[in-house]
Design a binder for this molecule. Sequence first.
Ligand SMILES: [Zn+2]
Length: 232
Amino acid sequence: MTMSGVPADRREARELIVLFCRRMLAERLVSYTSGNISTRIASEPDLVAVTPTSTAYDTLRTDDIVIVRLDGSVVDGSLRPTAELPLHTLAYRDRPDVAGIVHTHGPAAMAVAALGMDLPPILHGLIAACGGGIVTAPYARGATEEMATLTAEPLRHRSACLLRNHGVLAIGPNVEHAYNAASVVEGVADAYLRALPFGPVPEIPADDVRRIRDTQWAPAWAGGEAAPTHGG
Ligand SMILES: [Zn+2]
């Protein structure tokens, strides 16, 4: 593993993805075969390791992880990559600072995404993990380039966004950061849905949102080639 948490080679990349798939299933951020994870490979910058399509996570093996080029073509692996591959390849093509992507279908986040609501900065953890409140990207059909394109703006200054009527897309300078963002989004979505029936949920003051973003979120991206700017 490199200093930035990006796997050095294909073997490390495959092991890392299997580990986080197990965590994703144990944490109920996905069920059965839904969701997907990918990572860049430090020694092969034009390749990405990604989960296969329609493969159960509890029996997933390192050999099942597919190595693809950024145009989506398979370089190494016997299974087909996830049908939602455009969500991953588009972000890697556009963002040299992104090296890990996690897409989840947690129940609370799916409820917020189905309602088309945003998640405001109501809890400290959301700002530290994602850079602030997050928004729901406009609706698009699943597994399309259009769905991927519509996430570019919501992710410009954040580590996660919601996909309308679908789930969560989280990015990071490595898989661990993206995974943490997806996990925190599920927790905050759950808390938000519990709090909403009691009236408007107060937000953290804007000055504190900025302070938490600059001191706790931004440093995680600082090692990247092009750390995101902190506006918005
Ligand atoms: Zn999905």
